[in-house]
Write a protein of this length. Structure first.
Length: 126
């Protein structure tokens, strides 16, 4: 995996933030000089099970390149399917969330809860 070329021109990255990094905010960040913008984290389950609201979060325009989209979940098969959906939606980088500690995410064994099962992390990454 090599994403070095994305950062050669501009290493400034807008971090993914739930409820914040929607298209208008990403546009502002890009105009202010961000080299890479990230969409807010997206539920792998919501993508795979065709939630309209979740799919709306994948909205992007052609001028949002490069764009990173972050997914979260705890099932390696669903995460793989979600990664394919995100790739088809035009993501230049697929970011797997292993750090969120919000209770709602932890209850689904996602985010930082995954750190308790390194074998599962390995399967998700694979």
């Amino acid at each position: 995996m090599n994403i070095e070329t994305i950062f050669k021109k501009n290493p400034l990255i807008l971090a993914p933030m739930a409820g914040i990094t929607d298209y208008p905010f990403r546009r502002i960040a890009r105009d202010a000089g961000a080299g890479l913008v990230c969409a807010e984290m997206v539920s792998a389950n919501g993508l795979v099970y065709d939630s309209d609201k979740t799919h709306e979060m994948l909205f992007r325009t052609n001028d949002e390149t490069p764009l990173s989209i972050q997914i979260f979940g705890a099932n390696s098969d669903i995460m793989a399917d979600a990664a394919a959906i995100v790739e088809n939606a035009g993501a230049d980088v697929i970011d797997i969330n292993f750090g969120c500690s919000v209770k709602k995410i932890l209850k689904s064994n996602s985010g930082s809860a995954l750190m308790a099962d390194l074998k599962l992390c390995e399967r998700i990454i694979s």
